[in-house]
Design a protein. Structure first.
Length: 189
């Protein structure tokens, strides 16, 4: 049997985590996480749709676009996008989220789990500007778990090393990719 189906089978392949790694998640935003989140210009927001499938949506902004409201709550603007509303629709059905925060040039990341809500009141929208613009709505997340995550993936991938960057010319434009996919989809139906 090659498929792993139990925790016991999985644990035979891996050592137990070191005590510090096993105990590193906290249930609030401490002073270090607050600084990191406030310096983050990019986050990846994981949500779940009504069928149970997960989506991950990148969100970006200037340093400070993510607001730490208190030791348990963050907020950030919903920036204009493609208007599919995948993330917002998912949050209405399943409010639990996972978020990974990145700071350019820093290889550590912060991960949180929490419960998200959508807000349109003027006070929070004016606090969470999208650049210089007031967003249509703000996503608030109440933190249930937070950890600083090791930098190994960012180190191995060399994501912040400009000499490892790919030139865009190996792919057509995003618009062309989407057009090609639509043609292929029509041909298959």
């Amino acid at each position: 049997m090659s498929q792993i189906t139990t925790l016991e089978q999985l644990r035979t392949l891996y050592s137990q985590p070191a005590p510090l790694a096993a105990a590193k998640d906290i249930h609030h935003i401490d002073k270090h996480a607050k600084k990191f989140i406030e310096h983050s210009t990019l986050l990846f927001l994981s949500t779940q749709n009504e069928e149970g499938f997960l989506d991950i949506s990148p969100r970006g902004g200037d340093m400070g676009f993510i607001k730490v409201l208190d030791e348990n709550t963050i907020a950030f603007p919903d920036s204009p996008g493609n208007n599919r509303l995948d993330t917002m629709t998912n949050l209405l059905v399943h409010p639990h989220v996972g978020i990974l925060f990145a700071v350019p040039g820093i290889e550590d990341v912060v991960r949180i789990k929490g419960t998200a809500t959508l807000h349109i009141d003027d006070e929070i929208r004016e606090k969470c500007l999208d650049g210089k613009h007031t967003p249509k709505l703000v996503i608030k997340v109440k933190i249930s778990s937070l950890i600083f995550h090791c930098p190994k993936a960012f180190i191995i991938s060399k994501i912040w090393k400009s000499d490892s960057y790919c030139h865009r010319d190996f792919l057509p434009s995003l618009l062309q990719i989407i057009k090609d996919q639509q043609v292929e989809k029509a041909q298959k139906s």
